[in-house]
Design a protein around this ligand. Structure first.
Ligand code: 13P
Ligand code: SF4
Length: 370
């Protein structure tokens, strides 16, 4: 079924570093100085690797042709072994690629689920399969753990749209109005706000504050989508997700005209016109639940591309139509970078302690809301 070991040339997928490039790798993290660097495992595609990973290929075979597996399998095996050696867990967001989501992640979920699980994990090390703000949130909730992001450049257009100084200016402009920050923000911003929210609890958080006006940042579309469901007056920031803002209602209506029975489900970071023509809008976890429980025959997933692949690995009987857009930040995380993260304990998330105390308060306020 798979190509023979001899026919699989090394090195393999994009992101792999040669021994020469590792020689000029960045300085060791504090964690690596304390716990040491591990040797690079053998990454050959061998009969032993094939046998050890066959059960994992079964999980992704619906979305991955056999010819691809020999490139992933040696990393999958090595990462799963190193996780045990390091007492590490991998928390993967629903937008991670299928080989990460299905084959090395210990926990998968939306932002809220990952944040909660970060605070409950018994591991010494968390490797965040996701973007930088997610790793920072994990560090805030588990300050005693080593939290690693396999590529520190994995950012987010929302998190980059606002700073702590911007929040202070908003507070000066609207004195006494409570401030809600989407978790897609830096620790610097979280330190300035009253409470955080995710796409799965935004409405509940806004209404929990008992105020007739709330500043909601940084996603203007999520703000409008929440505004459509509440009497609380929302003052929004002008940020947007570069992935979801590209979807249009006209595009959705064309799909609907081609197939009136199609089910359209969208992420609430999409513009309100897109949400309005959808049958359902919810966080990535809520979208997955919707497909699993309602089992639509044909579904249009209006979100990042890996979602459809990941739901397809867990469901049968649903046809996925994928008008998807790729998140370039999520896609910076690859198996080779996760492996290096475990070997070199990098990139370590470090948050200045006084800032962390203030930022944790707003994340914890959201979690305490239940
Ligand atoms: P969810 O919380 O719905 O997973 O979305 C967060 C997000 O922005 C992923 O990019
Ligand atoms: Fe940020 Fe959008 Fe990418 Fe999510 S999908 S990480 S909101 S840019």
């Amino acid at each position: 079924m798979f190509p023979s070991p001899a026919s699989v040339a090394r090195p393999q997928p994009a992101g792999v570093q040669s021994a020469a490039s590792l020689a000029c790798a960045p300085p060791l993290s504090d964690a690596a100085r304390r716990l040491g660097v591990l040797p690079m495992p053998n990454l050959a595609w061998t009969p032993e690797v094939e046998a050890a990973t066959a059960h994992l290929y079964e999980k992704v075979k619906a979305v991955m042709p056999p010819v691809e597996w020999p490139f992933h399998a040696p990393y999958v095996k090595a990462i799963n072994e190193l996780k045990k050696e390091r007492n590490a867990v991998i928390l993967a967001h629903n937008y991670q690629t299928p080989e990460i989501y299905n084959c090395v992640a210990d926990v998968v979920g939306d932002s809220l689920q990952l944040a909660k699980l970060a605070s409950q994990s018994k591991a010494d090390i968390i490797v965040q399969g996701g973007v930088h703000f997610m790793a920072e949130t994990s560090k805030l909730l588990s300050p005693e753990k080593i939290v690693l992001i396999p590529d520190a450049r994995a950012g987010c257009s929302l998190a980059e749209s606002i700073t702590g100084a911007d929040v202070r200016a908003l507070r000066a402009k609207y004195p006494g109005v409570p401030v809600v920050a989407y978790v897609n923000t830096s620790a610097d911003v979280k330190a300035e706000v009253d409470i955080c929210c995710t796409s799965s609890n935004a409405l509940k958080v806004v209404e929990s504050l008992g105020s007739d006006r709330v500043i909601f940042l940084p996603d203007k579309y999520l703000a409008k989508n929440v505004q459509a469901q509440t009497k609380v007056q929302i003052i929004a920031w002008e940020g947007a997700c570069e992935v979801h803002e590209r979807f249009t209602a006209a595009e959705m209506l064309r799909y609907r005209a081609d197939d009136p029975s199609i089910t359209i489900i969208a992420h609430p970071e999409c513009p309100p016109e897109v949400v309005e023509v959808s049958d359902f809008a919810g966080s990535t976890a809520a979208m997955i639940d919707y497909v699993k429980t309602k089992k639509p025959k044909r579904v249009l997933l209006v979100t990042e591309c890996s979602m459809a692949d990941n739901v397809a690995t867990e469901t049968t009987g649903t046809e996925f139509v994928r008008p998807c857009n790729l998140c370039p930040h999520m896609k910076r995380i690859t198996l080779p970078k996760i492996l290096e993260s475990l070997i070199y304990l990098r990139e370590e998330i470090v948050i200045e302690p006084a800032l962390a105390v203030r930022a944790r308060r707003s994340v914890q306020a959201m979690i305490d809301l239940g």
